[in-house]
Ligand binder design. Structure first.
Ligand SMILES: [Zn+2]
Length: 459
């Protein structure tokens, strides 16, 4: 008789290939058997008869701001929020930590901080900024997921936007290193000039901010980044695409053989410009929230698979930084990583009948494949890490600020009605979140991509 470390009984497995009821057995952090009825003993058993078992969310885009700005968030609180939201891994952005992750020394600081306090597994982004092309090699060697660059002002002094030459040369180098470049795509000259004009005329409200960052600023920057990717052969990822037209540009370049992908974020899927007017700086982000037609187009792309990834872009800050009479001065960034999966279940599955397997693909499997995680991540199958989110799909609740694990318990989703609750999260077979509580101690592992990222045809 076999003895397993853990058996999860009777749950409904959600995989990219479909949904089925099965028992799942775990030994040494890995899934060793999946079967309708497993016999054999187990040291621990979880009853999941009324639950759905999702592959743990891999959130490719968060800002936990440690070291240096942990009073904004921190890895312990941020990874707790992720665990509470059903995530089992994250990739932390090179800003707004201080120092930003742009060379070997700053990478070492970030790695040490995450190893000490993350409750879930993690990867780290390196930064591409003017003046650090020489440092890309040492960052790649240490295992960064890829390099993040801003095509517009990041808002943070110590992380400068790339000029075209830096982006072009950085992509040349990244291509040689087999690493992907991710860009925040907005045309800086256009957005800066429009903002400047509005502010000189004393127009500093939410609508004025929205008008200063039109969709065309995003489209132009995406096209320019794609041109550089086509020319350099560098794999490109466009973060937080806010418009259906932006996704279309990426999809058509990909159809022509350019190695480019994109993600959107829950806030673009569930909030619009009107919500930004109503919620104020809680819902301030860049690119900004869009009109309903762009939002509808994003959902269509998500359904058709042309938009294959959803990440949170969790970008927290103390609420006081958002209280400014001039909306341009209010600190932007949306706190949302805890609600990523729940929003897709509520608004995607329940409201729009999005298939659960598509949600699993967009939040886990595609992320693991695109960023070349080891093959045992992002999959619910024998041989894979036992990373699960156990979900009660029919549970309904209204999100309260005391439910949030963020250092600053604000979010545009507080007060919102949800359907689908994360009951339990397991990282490599260990429960890290159960019934509203984080189960310690932290024990996240550092995840490195394989040396070469795959071409899109192979994923
Ligand atoms: Zn971001």
């Amino acid at each position: 008789m076999k003895t397993y470390d853990l058996v999860i009984r009777g749950g409904t497995l959600v995989t990219v290939n479909g949904i089925r009821r099965a028992d799942v057995a775990v030994v040494d952090e890995r899934i060793v058997a999946i079967s309708p009825e497993l016999s054999g003993g187990a040291q621990a058993v979880i009853d999941a008869y009324n639950l759905h078992i999702f592959p743990g969310v891999i959130d490719a885009h968060v800002h936990f701001n440690e070291p240096g700005r942990t009073f904004w968030e921190g890895i312990a609180s941020g990874s707790s929020a992720l665990a509470a939201g059903g995530a089992t891994a994250f990739f932390d952005m090179p800003l707004n930590a201080h120092p930003p992750t742009i060379d070997a020394a700053s990478f070492a600081e970030k790695l040490a901080a995450a190893e000490a306090s993350s409750y879930v597994d993690f990867g780290l982004w390196g930064g591409l900024v003017p003046g650090n092309i020489e440092q890309l090699d040492e960052l790649a060697e240490r295992g960064v997921v890829g390099f993040k660059a801003f095509m517009s002002n990041s808002g943070i002094e110590d992380f400068q936007a790339v000029d075209d030459a830096t982006l072009y040369q950085g992509m040349q180098r990244s291509a040689q290193l087999g690493r992907l470049v991710a860009v925040h795509a907005e045309n800086d000259q256009l957005t800066a000039a429009l903002a400047q004009e509005a502010r000189t005329q004393g127009r500093v409200g939410v609508q004025d901010y929205l008008a200063s960052r039109p969709v065309v600023a995003e489209l132009e920057a995406i096209e320019r980044a794609i041109t550089f990717a086509r020319e350099t052969g560098c794999a490109l990822h466009i973060v937080h695409v806010s418009s259906g037209r932006g996704v279309r540009l990426v999809a058509s370049a990909r159809a022509q053989g350019v190695d480019v992908s994109c993600e959107t974020c829950p806030h673009y899927l569930v909030l619009t410009e009107e919500d930004m007017v109503e919620l104020g700086a809680l819902a301030k982000c860049a690119p900004p929230l869009r009109a309903v037609d762009e939002q509808a187009a994003l959902w269509q792309h998500l359904f058709s698979g042309t938009l294959p990834m959803v990440s949170s872009d969790h970008s927290p800050a103390p609420f006081e930084m958002k209280e400014r009479p001039d909306f341009f001065e209010a600190w932007g960034g949306i706190s949302g990583c805890q609600s990523l999966l729940a929003l897709l279940l509520t608004e995607g599955y329940h409201r729009r009948h999005m298939p659960l397997s598509l949600i699993a693909a967009a939040t886990s499997e595609f992320v693991a494949r695109r960023f070349q995680l080891p093959p045992y991540k992002g999959r619910l199958e024998v041989g894979a890490d036992a990373d699960f989110a156990l979900i009660d799909l029919s549970a309904t609740y209204q999100l309260q600020s005391h439910d949030l694990f963020y250092r600053h318990a604000h979010s545009p989703y507080v007060g919102r009605d949800f359907r689908g609750r994360v009951v339990r999260t397991l990282v490599r077979g260990r429960t890290v979140f159960l019934d509203g509580k984080i189960m310690g101690p932290p024990g996240g592992h550092f995840l490195q991509p394989f040396p070469l990222i795959p071409s899109l045809e192979s994923i």
